[in-house]
Design a protein around this ligand. Structure first.
Ligand SMILES: Cc1ncc(COP(=O)(O)O)c(C=O)c1O
Length: 493
């Protein structure tokens, strides 16, 4: 909670920022508080490689670089093969190749290429096992899922409205909802909720239901108009999938409270069999479930993209599935501002249409992911660093609470809980450890950015090249040693 004096101070700073740069108040808010990419650019532009030993090992971003070569080769082959066939007058009548000259007009406009939208509808029908008929009219292509979130927030919310998200949460949701649409994320807390005792409980239907009802009541009391529940399934940052019962509970909650349910399923094919958690649920899409009697079908939306499953963050490929014509029309009206070239859309469509290639690609990727996961967890175990076992996503939720507690004279885990009055020191220590990692040339993500309810958790990406991973883990361990030394020093002084 901010006092009136704090708010007045903040307002003064924003006002002077707007004057200094000759920008609007909203521009000043984004400049001052919401630009996460600008400050990272230096480190991102200087990534570690065997030829650049002083570069930064980036284990902070949810990127999968394990199959970059395959994706690059596939795209090149699509274009080159077409040109070769053309030169030999052997162009096949079926449209399987990607041809630049087909994409120099406005074509079918900002809703996306018909080819990709058909391929996306087929993907949802065949691979996500959608229960109802999906056609290309239900798909709107966006430059990445971040853009889909921005678009849907703009379409379903007014400024100041809220969207519920379960904690811990993918931090990008905040920026995607806020930066343009001015929609606030309302975190759903679990501490103190009956039945909650640890991370596994965050996937249980009854615990989620209770937490959601409490969060909704509190938001209403605070005068926030809640329009939707946004989930990440598989979960970022926890790396697990929701079981069908919990997904049904989400739908039922939204149905009863007349809210939208937005399911971000961007990690649908980044799931692998982790032998340590054999009974962890596999991925189930909300499209697979029979929810029609529980929630209005036009209030249920799925987001998907190529960034994670197709190892292609930089291509900016995504789409939204919805049966809500109002949302499609509202997003289409502003689609011209962020329109993904149809040439690239068709490159992804070609991958989706090529079922054999996709199957091989996903299988190879799963094996590589398991290999890197085991390499990382073996390292963590060897050095007695606890972590949460996962089977989905690109990152591991690492538990360094002992490191933060070790600093205080009287170790007390209560001080790690965000709502505790002593939490400020824990936050500072979490920030300090992240800073030490940066000083040591490895970028990792502190848990507070995911609104973790307890300080001391960190998210580490493991889907990077073997050598980069080895180097990153070595630097991570060196950072832990340095943090311990600092803690010892401060305890003895
Ligand atoms: C859950 C989730 N949704 C969306 C995104 C952003 O995806 P895109 O690159 O398609 O914008 C991310 C990226 O980390 C993510 O983890």
């Amino acid at each position: 909670m901010h006092s009136n004096a704090d708010l007045a101070d903040q307002e003064r700073v924003l006002h002077s920022t707007a004057i200094e740069h000759h920008i609007s108040r909203r521009g000043a808010v984004n400049f001052a508080h919401r630009d996460v990419w600008g400050p990272r650019e230096k480190a991102m532009g200087d990534p570690w490689s065997p030829n650049n030993p002083n570069g930064t090992v980036i284990l902070r971003l949810a990127e999968n670089s394990l199959m970059h070569e395959e994706v690059g080769d596939y795209i090149c082959a699509q274009v080159v093969l077409h040109l070769k066939l053309q030169a030999e007058s052997l162009i096949p009548s079926i449209q399987t190749k990607v041809l630049p000259v087909d994409h120099l007009t406005y074509s079918t406009g900002p809703r996306g290429s018909r080819r990709l939208r058909r391929a996306a509808a087929a993907l949802l029908t065949e691979q996500f096992h959608a229960r109802s008929l999906i056609t290309y009219d239900n798909i709107l292509v966006t430059p990445g899922v971040a853009s889909a979130i921005d678009g849907i927030a703009f379409a379903i919310c007014d400024e100041g409205d809220g969207v519920l998200v379960l904690q811990p949460l993918y931090n990008g949701f905040k920026f995607d909802m806020q930066n343009r649409a001015n929609v606030q994320i309302v975190g759903v807390k679990f501490e103190g909720v009956e039945g909650f005792g640890g991370l596994d409980d965050l996937f249980r239907p009854e615990v989620n239901r209770k937490a959601l009802e409490i969060a909704l009541q509190q938001a209403r009391k605070a005068g926030i108009n809640i329009r939707a529940l946004l989930i990440s399934n598989p979960h970022n940052p926890l790396g697990r999938c929701y079981p069908p019962e919990t997904l049904k509970e989400f739908a039922s909650f939204c149905g009863q409270h007349n809210m939208h349910l937005i399911s971000d399923e961007i990690y649908a094919f980044s799931v692998f069999a982790n032998p340590e958690i054999p009974s962890a649920p596999n991925f189930t899409s909300i499209l697979t479930l029979d929810l029609d009697k529980i929630i209005d079908p036009s209030h249920k939306h799925v987001l998907y993209g190529a960034s994670k499953d197709f190892c292609a963050n930089g291509l900016r490929l995504g789409f939204i599935f919805t049966k809500n014509e109002g949302i499609i029309g509202a997003m289409s009206s502003i689609g011209i501002f962020s329109w993904l070239p149809h040439l690239l859309q068709d490159a992804w469509a070609a991958m989706l249409e090529d079922k054999q290639w996709m199957e091989r690609f996903m299988e190879q990727k799963r094996q590589l992911m398991l290999d890197r996961y085991e390499m990382t967890t073996a390292f963590l175990s060897k050095h007695d660093i606890p972590y949460y076992e996962m089977n989905a996503g690109l990152f591991i939720w690492v538990d360094l609470r002992h490191l933060l507690v070790a600093r205080s004279q009287e170790p007390d885990r209560g001080a790690l809980v965000r709502s505790s009055p002593d939490a400020q020191l824990s936050l500072q220590l979490e920030l300090r450890f992240t800073e030490i990692c940066m000083e040591n040339g490895v970028m990792i993500a502190p848990g507070h950015v995911y609104m973790s309810e307890s300080y001391g958790w960190f998210r580490i990406t493991f889907t990077v090249g073997k050598k980069a991973l080895e180097e990153g883990l070595r630097r991570f361990l060196a950072s832990i040693k340095k943090m311990k030394a600092e803690c010892q020093l401060s305890k003895s002084t």
